[in-house]
Design a protein around this ligand. Structure first.
Ligand code: GMT
Length: 386
């Protein structure tokens, strides 16, 4: 076993497994894959669809879309098996040094299975497995009794595990027996492209504007945000832009109508042009019940837009209360409405916090700061196997 790192100049062959959604884990996986490829590594992305951020990029990664096929015996099509099988096929041809699984389920399991299955190939050493935990893969899905034993096994069997915040690492240790293992959970925060997400993007807003971006799942509590906005916007010229789509969208429309703000809440649906929507806003709103990090909040901060959020999970590791945004208890609807009112009526406060937000994003979470931490981890994990 070698101590230290695989040399910096060595070109690595990396497989990235991720969900092809607008959600943050797919964004982080895609941006990481693209930057590694731009640095000269051979990068293969595996998923059952092309992740949206990759679809609109001309970056030099190889995308492998692997889908199962419907068969009457299956209640649902097992795309995960097709993805795992594709990883094996590419490994045999190209010799993947490392598999980076984003979101524990099913990807850490797929990567583990691919690594074990590849042991019988003689052409290449089995790939090492790095798993990155993103949030609900631990807090809502992975720790559910339906999956917990397999999640725990996949974490223990990974050659390294990272979490996107200290809070998520702590919750993983609380939920699973992983601390005894040789590979402790390393915290590597999410990152943002501060050139793409920058202040001044987009046309100036015509009225005081709040913005929210998510997949409208119940954990995001977007109807709660609309309720607070209805309290805050009464008698004011203001609008709430809702970007994204998902199961709670219809409920949001109902709450907006009930609260008398249907004409002040704009449903934009899924959009790619985020900087132009985030930068002109007075503030970004995030009212989740659980949030391991809040990548969309970080993207807003990089645009110089302060964040008004509930104090949950790892959010306070990203947004400093009173400096780059304002935080509020998750069950305090009136308190959150007061925070919204301040953002809508105190432009100096918004400007100051917006500048602080941009500084925090670029000094702590820029691409250039975080990417080398993943590369160093890869080289360490590979050196351990040699
Ligand atoms: O759980 C989700 O909302 C999906 C997941 C994803 O795929 O985007 O989001 C999690 O990962 C993001 C990227 O690391 C984090 O920024 C989000 O905070 C996290 N979501 C939650 O913890 C609710």
């Amino acid at each position: 076993m070698t101590q230290g790192l695989v040399p910096e100049g060595e070109r690595l062959c990396i497989g990235v497994l991720c969900h092809p959604t607008y959600g943050g884990s797919g964004v982080v996986a895609t941006e990481l894959a693209l930057s590694l490829a731009r640095k000269g590594h051979e990068v293969h992305v595996f998923s059952h669809e092309v992740p949206p951020r990759l679809a609109r990029s001309s970056g030099p990664v190889e995308m492998h879309v692997a889908r199962g096929f419907p068969y009457p015996l299956f209640t649902s099509t097992p795309h995960d098996l097709a993805v795992t099988s594709k990883v094996l096929e590419i490994h045999r041809l190209r010799g993947l040094d490392l598999l980076h699984a984003h979101y524990a389920l099913p990807h850490a399991v797929s990567a583990f299975l691919a690594r074990e299955a590849s042991r019988r190939y003689r052409e290449h050493a089995p790939p090492r497995v790095v798993t990155t935990l993103h949030g609900t893969d631990i807090t809502l899905v992975g720790n559910d009794p339906a999956y917990a034993p397999l999640t725990e096994h996949a974490l223990r069997a990974s050659d390294a595990v990272t979490a996107v915040s200290e809070d998520l690492a702590r919750r993983t240790r609380e939920s699973f027996d992983v601390e005894a293992e040789a590979c402790p959970i390393e915290v590597i925060p999410n990152f943002v492209d501060c050139e793409l997400f920058h202040p001044g993007a987009g046309a100036p807003a015509e009225r005081p504007t709040l913005v929210h971006v998510s997949n409208f799942r119940p954990v995001k509590r977007v109807p709660w945000l609309v309720r607070a906005f209805a309290l805050a916007a009464e008698g004011r010229d203001a609008q709430l832009l809702l970007v994204g789509d998902g199961p709670d969208q219809a409920e949001c429309r109902r709450v907006a109508a009930e609260g008398g703000v249907a004409d002040k809440v704009v449903f934009l649906g899924e959009r790619d042009a985020l900087p132009g929507l985030l930068a002109p806003a007075s503030a970004f709103c995030l009212t989740s019940r659980e949030e391991s990090f809040g990548l969309s909040a970080l993207e807003a901060m990089a645009c110089g837009t302060p964040v008004l959020a509930t104090r949950v999970g790892g959010v306070s590791e990203v947004v400093e209360d009173g400096v780059s945004g304002l935080l509020c208890d998750a069950d305090d609807l009136e308190g959150y409405a007061r925070v919204l009112r301040r953002a809508l009526s105190e432009p100096e406060l918004v400007d100051g916090m917006g500048q602080a937000a941009r500084t925090r994003a670029s000094e702590h979470f820029s691409f250039d700061r975080v990417l080398p931490r993943y590369e160093e981890l890869y080289r360490r994990v590979l050196a351990e196997a040699r």
